[in-house]
Design a protein. Structure first.
Length: 252
């Protein structure tokens, strides 16, 4: 009380503005978020290369969430394969010299890529629809022949693996997968009774697994390592066809 019996005015808790109340409620969350971010950045500063990358990705998620990146095809052509419900055919090839060390390379990559496209609800044709045409051509990829023969197809993609290895260079006692190549897309167009293929997409791809330290051959069976590497290649290829979280682009 003031002298004379007058009451000292105190701020009424009920009159605190919603903005101030929300600010008080958020303060602990903001403090905890900043503490977590500082911890992640400190870990990145002292961690190994890939650990550093992954930690920085986590820090980005803390600040901005995990934004998605449009597919390579949509960025190049403006067409979303999923929204437009395009019926697509995937065909994977590799020169004999590239596939010599792993006979099922192209079929395995093709199978895993198709599996991912279906998982993302894209309309993918079964490879058998093109089998007769490819057999007639002796395995040679000819988009014009496929356009004429495969009637229910909107786009055909040729995945060409140009380099593939799973041993660390100059270190036969370690595994490290490296692969690169091209993805070329042909849109099927009709003019009267004829159908022809027009190239609308051409993108390079590269995959390295793992991106940190190589794996000792006595730690993992060869077939297991190659299978994991094939999965990694399929994930890298998938980003050309469907939207992905940006953080996944940096994952092993």
């Amino acid at each position: 009380m003031k002298n004379g019996g007058e009451k000292t005015s105190q701020p009424d808790q009920a009159t605190i503005s919603p903005e101030r109340a929300a600010g008080r409620a958020r303060s602990p969350l903001m403090v905890n978020g900043m503490r977590l971010l500082c911890g992640l950045l400190l870990t990145a500063a002292v961690g190994p290369q890939q650990g550093c990358i992954n930690t920085l990705v986590m820090a980005g998620k803390v600040l901005m969430g995990d934004p998605t990146q449009k597919s390579g095809y949509e960025m190049a052509t403006g067409t979303c394969l999923k929204k437009e419900e395009k019926r697509i055919l995937i065909h994977c090839t590799a020169p004999a010299t590239v596939a010599a060390g792993y006979d099922t390379l192209t079929s395995d990559v093709e199978e895993e890529l198709i599996r991912r496209l279906k998982r993302h609800e894209l309309k993918v044709l079964h490879p058998d629809v093109a089998a007769k045409t490819l057999d007639r051509l002796g395995g040679t990829f000819d988009p014009q022949a496929l356009a004429r023969d495969v009637k229910d197809m909107d786009i055909v993609f040729h995945v060409r693996v140009e380099q593939f290895s799973y041993k660390e260079e100059s270190s036969p006692n370690f595994y490290r997968g490296n692969a690169n190549g091209r993805i070329v897309g042909y849109e099927i167009r009709e003019e009267g009774d004829s159908r022809h293929a027009v190239q609308v997409f051409d993108q390079r791809f590269h995959a390295t697994y793992p991106t940190t330290y190589p794996v000792a051959v006595d730690q993992t069976p060869q077939n297991v390592f190659i299978r994991r590497f094939i999965d990694h290649i399929a994930d890298a290829l998938g980003a050309s066809f469907y939207d992905v979280n940006r953080s996944s682009l940096y994952a092993n």
